[in-house]
Design a protein around this ligand. Sequence first.
Ligand SMILES: [Cu+2]
Length: 499
Amino acid sequence: MLGLVIILIFILLAVITVQLSRVSELASKIRGEAEVARQKNDRTAFWLVVFMVGFLIFCVVSAWYYKDVMLGYGPHESASAHGGDLDSLFNITLFFTGIVFIITHIALFWFSWKYREQEGRKATFFVHSTQLEIIWTVIPIIVMTYLVVKGLFIWNATMADMKPGEDHLEIEATGYQFAWDLRYPGADNMLGTRDYRLINLADNPLGQDWTDEKNIDDFLPTEIVLPVNKKVRVRITAKDVLHNFYLPHFRVKMDAVPGLPTYFAFTPTKTTQQYRESLREYPEWQTPADESDPDGPQRWEAFDYELACAELCGKGHYSMRRVVRIVEEDEYNEWLSQQTSYYLSNVRNTDADPFKGGLLGAEIANRKVELLTDFESALNSDDASNAKVNLKHVFFKTGSAELEDLSKHELTNLSKIMSKYKDVVVELGGHTDNVGDASSNQLLSESRAKSVKSYLVNKGVNVDRLQARGYGQNSPISDNGTAEGRQENRRTELTIISK
Ligand SMILES: [Cu+2]
């Protein structure tokens, strides 16, 4: 029924239009063609001016209305140190181009009204006006020079790389279809080297070169977490096609190009929590984040900074989102302590590990600290039964008193401790498990203790400060019924005799 009514209305409108045009045809025959054309001109010119006013009001009102959803305005103030400068550059440019935009639109439509065809009016013709030429050349020169020079200063400051030795955190983002692999440098604050020929999706997605010790503590988190007010330099690369590393809230945007690493250095100045608090002041952010759950968190509470890919890199492009969290330094350090190195958790002692069966520099350093701590606590203990140190990393070849190569780090460390505490006299006690017969175990433990002693003597420890003694299988510290227990029982134990 409604459809029929609408169709009827359209038919009626068409009939009215046809009738009106016949009436105006008739009128033009009566009044003459020229008069009709003049009236038409007047009408068109009038409506052009009305359009101009409506259009300019629409531009200004809509920009004002949507201001708070645009970056740089309202709740979306920049969250990085350089971002405010970029935003102000956009505003200055908008100010000048806005003036030109309004003036040219007013002139365009106003002129078409003012200079419409009128009886007895003729166009003026002039060839040249030096004054006008000067005005429309000099003003743009001044404005453009100002914009370009100011822009260059801001560009150079924004794109500046780190100064040598400048304190910063260096991280890496590698784009591929369709995700980002993120890499942090670990405790040494240095990212290890990469080689695309080493890329292996199973256990080396970034092609890290494991012979470079800088890679050992690098870790690959799934989100970007950064401490507030600390300068960050992001190395940006891609594995397949062009991507773009885009952090809108920090005004950071840089192409990720396969084979050509780029970078962006910036300083986040607002934590995620602070940004949420500033969003909270706007009513449109006080609505439920999930409309189907009106009692759930509000939009401002659910807000997260994000990393997006700003290059249309393929079908799954949208899924390259990663959450970015900016936190206080304490929280950052706590997060750091929960991260595990990719190498240590996926590569260490596998066939891909060039240090398989060997010791890493960091492990050697840790053992050194551990031994010194154990030694000093034994030294400072009042209870004689606690004046013992289990030399955890001293091992022998099976059934022999020959030291394993890896034991030598521990004994070298021990020789240094002995030269630090010059008056200490120690006993080196050899212990075995209960496999085999007791008398041969006794002999083995004695010769193992002697072998430790002679290693230390060779390292420069005075022979009078070392006593070697074999205990055989008589002093187990664990259950000889299990393999682990037996391993614990086969040990070299240091006892402090005098200090
Ligand atoms: Cu992409």
